[in-house]
Write a protein that binds this ligand. Structure first.
Ligand code: EPZ
Length: 423
């Protein structure tokens, strides 16, 4: 396992190109299963997770043409040869569960392993399954597998989600595009990735309106063709580098980042004393003179503060002037980075879903270890602001979601090196 050595204390200055959004790309790849002609996706992030999804699609019979290092991926699902997604593939990456809905809609049946819990919480899929049942699917859970069948096709349905779920909204939408009649999704998630999925599906023949609002209407169609689609820029990657620049100091241009996807983060950064300016090429972020101010955070579904930026913002708050309260409202166990940040000299106390972060004057380098993707990158941010060397272990988490992280930060002056093997 690789690790990262980071010598902190210097500012970041330069241009950081923002990659395509991981959490959009994964669902667009699943959408290819609905298309009987090739779907070509561009701005595809080269990540462990997207490459893993490509492997699963290949197992299902999809012809995947995605040369190493390329950001263009062609998926041809004219023939699907298997409708089984085994435990080993779904266990390693939850988003692979998203093949269930498309297989059910296109082929009429599928057997997909339950994803199980993960480091940030239990993460059940009950809302996904209830949506398929409302569309007329028979669902049985046997030996850890979901066996779903709708041999005469799915039927349009009115689905009211009891709470907002990104995954259930996307998954229901993926299944409903080929259902017979209209499906209405109420209390739908409004994340930009959902609008992106709808745009892509509409570009190959689906009829979806309202994606990006709490009510989505889907008129079922009998088939989807193929086409080309460009993945949206990754708002979480952009937000992460914005916070990194705030923590380390300096000025970065986040090339391709869209301010409209990051309104809540930008508000919080400005309150903290960080300058964020939307330009034609992207977002320019600079640390104004003076201290970082303490700002409270409450994570919430979009357009609220994203849970996927909570760990990174906490890293920034460790060096703020004052005390901030950070409340995690989406996942029940998403503070594992707090004790690791404390190893760097931060002063964080966690009580249930609330973390109290008392700002300190200076972090100091240490050995740290992370348990999930966003937690790992929060340690990188803290390391950039810390004095001396920090060793971030278990870098494979970062490789799941951040494309060429060392190179992007290195070009802005960060002293960051990947070493083989961890302790
Ligand atoms: C997506 O997860 C993202 N993953 C997550 O990003 C992100 O944190 C999350 O949305 C919230 O924005 C991908 O897109 C691949 P949810 P998802 O369904 O869809 C509960 C990252 O780091 N719930 O909105 O799984 C669930 O347990 C990842 O890139 C149920 O109880 O999130 C959670 O508490 C981490 N039953 C809450 O809802 C269900 O059937 C919101 O989860 C579904 C969800």
């Amino acid at each position: 396992m690789d690790r990262l050595s980071i010598h902190g204390g210097g500012p970041l200055n330069g241009v950081i190109p923002i990659s395509g959004a991981k959490n959009s790309a994964l669902k667009l790849m699943a959408a290819a299963l609905l298309c009987d002609q090739p779907l070509q996706l561009s701005s595809m992030p080269n990540l462990a997770d997207t490459r893993f999804m490509a492997r699963l699609l290949e197992q299902l019979g999809v012809r995947v043409d995605w040369p190493a290092g390329s950001s263009v991926c062609r998926l041809d699902a004219e023939t699907i040869s298997s409708t089984i997604a085994p435990y080993d593939l779904v266990r390693k990456m939850r988003a692979t569960f998203n093949v269930l809905g498309p297989l059910l809609a296109r082929i009429g049946h599928a057997t997909v392993s339950l994803p199980g819990g993960c480091a940030i919480g239990a993460r059940p899929v009950d809302l996904h399954l209830k949506a398929f049942e409302a569309m007329g699917a028979d669902i049985v859970i046997e030996q850890g597998y979901v066996k779903a069948a709708a041999l005469r096709g799915l039927k349009g349905a009115h689905i009211l989600f009891p709470f907002v779920s990104v995954g259930a909204t996307e998954h229901a939408m993926l299944a409903a595009v080929l259902a017979d009649g209209e499906t209405v999704l109420e209390n739908a998630a409004c994340e930009p990735e959902i609008a992106d999925l709808a745009f892509c599906l509409n570009s190959v023949g689906a009829r979806i309106t309202g994606a990006g609002t709490p009510i989505i209407r889907i008129q079922g169609v009998s088939r989807l063709g193929g086409g080309r689609y460009d993945v949206i820029p990754d708002r979480i990657e952009a937000g992460t580098y914005a916070i990194a620049a705030a923590a380390a100091g300096g000025e970065v241009l986040l090339e391709g980042a869209r301010g409209e996807d990051l309104v809540s983060l930008i508000d919080h950064l400005r309150l903290a004393g960080v300058r964020v300016v939307a330009e034609e090429r992207g977002l320019r972020v600079s640390r104004a003179d003076g201290p970082i101010h303490a700002v409270d955070v409450d994570t919430a579904p979009h357009p609220g503060f994203p849970t996927d930026l909570q760990a990174q913002f906490m890293a920034l708050m460790t060096i703020a002037d004052g005390t901030s309260l950070i409340r995690e409202n989406i996942f029940e166990n998403r503070f594992m980075h707090a004790p690791e940040l404390n190893r760097l000299g931060a002063d964080i106390t966690v009580r249930g879903r609330e973390a109290t972060v008392r700002g300190v004057r200076q972090l100091k380098g240490a050995q740290v270890m992370a348990t999930d993707l966003r937690a790992s990158v929060s340690l990188v941010i803290a390391a950039l602001a810390a004095e001396g060397e920090t060793m971030v272990n278990r870098v494979y988490h970062l490789d799941r979601g951040f494309e060429r992280l060392e190179e992007k930060l290195g070009r802005c002056g960060a002293r960051i090196t990947r070493l083989s093997g961890s302790i």
